[in-house]
Design a protein around this ligand. Structure first.
Ligand SMILES: *Cc1c(COP(=O)(O)O)cnc(C)c1O
Length: 364
């Protein structure tokens, strides 16, 4: 049996007529940037997070960067980010002109360790960016309490967790702003690059809207030195169609994960930890194994596609070599990068496919 790590085949086959008619509608109206689909998607997506304001932008990294800039964060400021995340979280901080400060994650849930944040705070710290990594909400009550105590902003990186909640409250609605990516492979993905920020703060939303459009709210009047990072009309139209399926897709992901959790039994494998106040929308199903590379090769031989998210922790990336970190500086992030493995998980995955992967893992 051949099992890809991921595929859009089933997801898009079912939506094909709707996606094609959205394309035709856009071509007919001849309006491609910031039109009706864009405005409607912003409102619908924000509402799905329980919030009044959405700001459609070009991609997920820009959503983080624009939220930071709109909050007035820039040169001389420090922002706490996880040492174990996709690099966009930390690069967005750099892009805003501020300095990322790495904080270790919890070994069990992979998300920011709330007990380690305090030690990262200095007089320059302005914000914390928790990442709801792999689809699981970070420990938001504790993180927000620490932020409040120290007068820090919280910008949530929700790129992997569309529809996730913590204590029943949607991710993206805990901090001053939530940043989402609609990169095709995310739980809610466009047919290209796209992103959005959500917020309860009208002024912050206005500022992000201006910043993503050359710093302008009124045509040819530029209040800020902004950038061009807009969600285009066509992607907004596609995203409106796919947003209506998000809850059902997340439920399907949860079913697949449940089957994995029930059927994978092997002492050499550590299964993902969930529960408590956190919920999980399973952007990725990540296991741990001391012999990760051998396991990965073994699964490949059986036709099973896997991936590693991510193989190099932030502090050891060449892009951040100017920070001067050596191996050993962030042992938890390093340990995770050496032992994690993401299993196949996609919309339309059959019981037979899930069982084939679980059987292969159990025989390892
Ligand atoms: C995908 C992702 C981003 C960036 O999103 P883009 O749309 O690719 O810019 C940021 N943070 C995390 C955790 C991601 O997974």
């Amino acid at each position: 049996m051949k099992i890809p790590f991921s595929t859009f085949q089933h997801m898009h086959e079912a939506l094909r007529p709707q996606l094609l008619s959205a394309f035709e509608r856009c071509v007919e109206t001849g309006w491609f940037i910031q039109g009706e689909e864009y405005t409607a998607f912003e409102a619908e997506f924000a509402a799905s997070c329980g919030l009044p304001y959405g700001v459609g932008v070009g991609n997920g990294m820009d959503a983080i960067f624009l939220a930071l800039r709109a909050l007035g964060i820039g040169a001389g400021d420090e922002v706490i980010v996880p040492s174990h995340t996709f690099i966009a979280t930390a690069l967005a901080v750099r892009y805003a002109g501020a300095a990322p400060v790495f904080c270790e994650p919890r070994m069990d849930t992979f998300t920011l360790d709330p007990e380690k944040i305090e030690a990262c705070i200095t007089a320059r710290t302005r914000a914390i960016i928790p990442v709801h990594l792999y689809g699981q909400a970070a420990d938001m009550d504790s993180i927000c309490r620490t932020a409040k105590r120290h007068g820090l902003f919280v910008v949530e990186d929700c790129a992997q967790a569309h529809g996730a909640v913590y204590q029943g409250k949607p991710v993206g609605s805990w901090g001053q702003a939530g940043a989402f990516s609609f990169y095709p492979g995310k739980n809610l993905g466009a047919l290209g690059d796209a992103g959005a920020a959500v917020t309860a703060d009208a002024q912050l939303a206005d500022k992000m809207h201006a910043l993503c459009c050359y710093g302008s709210s009124e045509k040819y009047v530029h209040e800020y030195a902004g950038v061009n990072s807009r969600l285009d009309e066509l992607q907004a139209a596609f995203l409106r169609i796919k947003l209506r399926c998000l809850a059902q897709w997340n439920a399907e992901r949860q079913q697949i994960a449940k089957k994995y959790l029930e059927s994978i039994q092997n002492e050499r494998l550590l299964l993902p930890v969930t529960g408590g106040q956190r919920n999980h929308v399973w952007h990725l199903f990540v296991i741990r194994c001391e012999e990760r590379d051998r396991l990965r090769a073994y699964l490949a031989e059986k036709g099973i596609g896997t991936n590693v998210h991510y193989p190099i922790p932030m502090h050891l990336q060449k892009a951040f070599s100017d920070m001067g970190f050596q191996k050993g500086a962030f042992p938890i992030a390093e340990k995770l990068s050496e032992t994690i493995l993401s299993l196949p998980l996609y919309i339309g995955m059959s019981d037979e496919e899930i069982a084939y992967v679980a059987d292969a893992l159990n025989a390892f």
